[in-house]
Design a protein around this ligand. Structure first.
Ligand code: CDP
Length: 240
């Protein structure tokens, strides 16, 4: 198999970690620093879940979900250096972050056929250029050959606080304890599933970011990438 992280001098930075570990904000900031596209793969699993719920499909029924995923048309657009997944030409936006979607997304994300379809799309995004991609299986499954792999984590309290703040920004009220339990439930499902479970990829740099700001955390990643690129004698000229 050719190395999908190095095709045509395209660089892939893989960022994985549990729920609310800061992957999205840090990856977005890092992509901006590098001038790469930013890809949130969690938003893709969320969009499929959102669509299934919109259509009244039983999300516990893999046959119904798989039939839907083969029926819909998935396309992408890049807006402000961020990849957006459209379903039948529609971008669901923040609707995918609502609690009823969040509660079901790990069920749908555990279905191997769903993962197979989305992973193909995720790999295809390298044709649009270098990218920072975040999720649960980017360093382990989607781009296992990229030399730039990170695993972010933070304490359960810090993660619950961050997620509560995100929800408040969307005018959704939730207790700190409720948010913490919801994150724990999802982490358990994501690490315990048999297909592409959340785990630290071989060779990944693990960063505990409970006490780091977004900018500080992104800078730590950037420094690692630069150092590693210099060692490899390639980063800075586009190649990985
Ligand atoms: O933002 P948050 O940390 O809450 O999660 P997310 O990145 O939006 O991902 C939502 C869910 O999608 C996760 O809990 C996983 O079940 C699933 N997911 C996955 O299985 N594989 C990925 N590469 C990304 C997300």
């Amino acid at each position: 198999m050719s190395n999908p992280s190095t095709t045509d001098n395209v660089v892939v930075v893989a960022v994985d970690g549990p729920a609310a570990s800061g992957k999205s904000t840090v990856s977005r900031a890092l992509a901006r620093m590098l001038g790469y596209n930013y890809v949130d793969t969690g938003a893709m699993y969320r969009a499929i879940t959102w669509k299934a719920l919109e259509e009244g499909i039983d999300v516990e029924d893999p046959i119904a979900v798989i039939a839907m995923i083969h029926r819909i048309k998935i396309t992408f657009e890049i807006v402000d250096h961020q990849a957006r997944m459209l379903i039948d030409g529609f971008y669901p936006g923040d609707a995918v972050r609502k609690p009823h979607v969040t509660e079901k997304v790990s069920t749908i994300a555990a279905m191997p056929e769903v993962r197979h379809v989305l992973v193909q799309h995720q790999r295809s995004l390298t044709k649009l250029g270098s990218l920072v991609m975040e999720g649960r299986d980017i360093g382990t499954v989607v781009f296992p050959n990229t030399p730039y792999k990170f695993y972010l984590e933070a304490s359960p309290e810090v993660r619950a606080r961050r997620r509560k703040r995100d929800l408040e920004a969307m005018k959704i009220d939730a207790s700190q304890e409720g948010v913490k339990e919801s994150l724990q439930r999802r982490d358990k499902k994501d690490t315990g599933r048999s297909t592409s479970p959340l785990q630290i990829a071989l060779g990944a740099t693990v960063i505990e970011n409970s006490n780091l700001s977004v900018e500080e955390n992104a800078k730590v990643l950037l420094d690692h990438i630069r150092q590693q690129g210099q060692r490899r004698g390639s980063f800075g000229v586009g190649g990985a």
